[in-house]
Write a protein that binds this ligand. Structure first.
Ligand SMILES: Nc1ncnc2c1ncn2[C@@H]1O[C@H](COP(=O)(O)OP(=O)(O)OP(=O)(O)O)[C@@H](O)[C@H]1O
Ligand SMILES: [Mg+2]
Length: 532
């Protein structure tokens, strides 16, 4: 190891260079190549804004905008990797991998602009640039601090997009737009000349958020018929049987893209055709900080379902007491002017909200067998979490609570409510091939390609879909879904490129989870756990 200033040899344990006294800077050995989204934001014409001010005044003029930027980045799970005096550079998807990095960065950018505009200082306007791409991420330690550094060309495009953006607008690269499409609405601005780029760069502008869950986005794109999952379905069928006499709770647990939502929705469809009623809601990463946001969705779905019940429309609220009705109104963001409600302590209000929510669900389940499907529990807000724990433990015959969650962020109460945990794993080879036969067609000419996709994706359905879509988008596969052929069939075709450019299967693995390709076995196993 050598000193960065005088190049003298340094002992690995030293904090200072013994020759010139400069502090030792260490970059940690585990530099990582990551697929991330980079956000760049700055204050428009900050130099003009502070030109006539003392340094202290200049700092306090810009500080509220910087604080708003930091807050928005943090709210959506990003980290500010660099402060630039009048702006920030932030990263989403590292150091902790998150497959949702592009939508999260877009939501953070929308919130960032909202916060700065909300400061009410017409002189303070921001512009934001977003790009998704590969970077090298590493920690740099000095004697006083550790800094998370990002390196690579991807940063430059984010910075150029920021410079090109109009006041209070967010400009986005094509790579980021493709990953966030469905979650956010975009307007295509055409190709723009950007400094340092030889050709015009396609630029998109964020128009607003649509807040669709990953399942809703994927459902619209999915092209394969449902395959496999026989063991899981048998287990769910058994849970349905026992739900006739007492409430059952089942959790589908597994990594991103493994097929939790698809299984849940296929199963729910079947139950509905047998007369079961459905209450369904999703937890959103964008609303994790908003108290009762998930519970509000659950209640809205429950009340709507009861009101539209074809056999006997009802309003489960009408049998509730005055305080319980206020509790529901509070969750639903309806005005409440009841003085008894206003005087309640926060703890008592929380209790009333929990009791009223349980009463609504139990009343619906009493009238008709009901399935409550709550998706993406790993993103539930804390206030709703406590109420869901109670709902998932209700003594209510005719109620099946079906939950989905990634392993990281699984609520602790799952063990307490005697939930059956179905640990979902990748498809087996035959099912992966069946999916591919649906997408590419049955032709034996694609057999080699299919086998290579199977081993490349380790039979994770989302990755199978992404690789096929990537090959089709890049023109490597030609034709319609269900009848695709290789344009230039050859044995050594690379599968890396499409997957990585479209969002990198590896980067989509939930924090802490291993990429399925790293696993030895792709077989389906079920794990049943009955906690005391
Ligand atoms: N058994 C299956 N047969 C055919 N397609 C499947 C199957 N399972 C999943 N898919 C497809 O794979 C994609 C990913 O599945 P899904 O959205 O259910 O994953 P998930 O486990 O819910 O992921 P996340 O944790 O991100 O919500 C979807 O487009 C889905 O239609
Ligand atoms: Mg899902």
């Amino acid at each position: 190891m050598h000193c960065v200033a005088c190049q003298s040899a340094i002992d690995p344990g030293d904090s200072w260079c013994s020759s010139c006294g400069v502090a030792v800077r260490r970059s940690e050995p585990d530099n990582e190549r990551r697929f991330v989204t980079i956000l760049r934001a700055d204050v428009v014409d900050s130099t003009g804004l502070v030109a006539d001010l003392d340094p202290e005044e200049a700092v306090s003029r810009l500080e509220p905008a910087l604080a708003a930027m930091r807050g928005a980045v943090r709210q959506f799970g990003g980290i500010v990797s660099k402060e630039l005096g009048d702006g920030v550079s932030a990263v989403f998807g590292a150091p902790i991998a998150d497959d949702n990095h592009a939508p999260l960065a877009c939501h953070a950018a929308i919130e960032l602009v909202r916060r700065v505009v909300g400061l009410g200082d017409p002189g303070l306007q921001v512009r934001v640039g977003l790009h998704s791409g590969h970077v090298v991420a590493y920690m740099v330690s000095s004697e006083f601090s550790k800094v998370y550094e990002i390196g690579g060309a991807a940063q430059h495009l984010a910075a150029r997009l920021e410079s090109a953006a109009e006041a209070n607008q967010i400009y986005v690269s094509k790579a980021c737009q493709e990953l966030a499409e469905g979650h956010v609405r975009f307007e295509y601005l055409g190709g723009k000349p950007l400094r340092g780029f030889n050709q015009a760069v396609p630029v998109y502008r964020i128009v607003g958020a649509s807040d669709l869950s990953s399942w809703r986005v994927r459902r619209a794109r999915s092209v394969s018929r449902f395959v496999d999952r026989t063991t899981e379905r048998a287990l769910l069928a058994r849970a349905v049987e026992s739900a006739r006499t007492s409430r059952r709770t089942v959790l589908l647990l597994g990594d991103a893209g493994i097929g939790k939502s698809r299984l849940a929705h296929e199963f729910v469809q079947e139950l509905r055709s047998h007369g079961w009623r459905l209450i369904d809601a999703e937890c959103s990463p964008n609303l994790q900080g908003a108290p009762f946001s998930t519970l509000k969705r659950v209640l809205l779905s429950a009340l709507e379902m009861a009101a539209k019940d074809p056999d006997s429309p009802s309003d489960p609220r009408k049998d509730l007491g005055e305080i319980a009705q206020c509790a529901l109104d509070a969750v639903l963001d309806l005005p409440t002017s009841n003085p008894r409600w206003s005087q309640l302590e926060p703890h008592a209000r929380g209790r009333a909200i929990s009791d009223a929510s349980c009463a609504v669900i139990a009343s619906i389940a009493r009238r008709q067998r009901t399935i409550l499907l709550l998706e993406d529990l790993h993103w539930i807000d804390r206030a709703s979490d406590a109420v869901m724990a109670t709902i998932a433990s209700l003594q209510a015959p005719g109620l099946l609570v079906l939950l989905t969650s990634r392993p990281t962020g699984m609520p602790v109460w799952i063990a307490r409510c005697h939930a059956e945990v179905v640990a979902m794993q990748a498809l087996d080879d035959d099912s992966g091939l069946a999916m591919l036969a649906d997408m590419l067609g049955p032709s034996a000419a694609n057999d080699d390609l299919k086998n290579r996709i199977i081993s490349h994706t380790a039979n994770v359905p989302l990755f199978i879909e992404e690789v096929c879509r990537g090959l089709r988008d890049s023109g490597t596969l030609h034709g319609q879904w269900g009848d695709l052929a290789l344009v230039r069939p050859r044995a050594g075709h690379s599968l890396e490129h499409p997957g990585r450019d479209r969002g990198a299967p590896r980067s989509r693995v939930a924090p802490g989870a291993r990429h399925p390709a790293d696993r030895g076995s792709a077989g389906t196993t079920i794990e049943r756990r009955h906690a005391a």
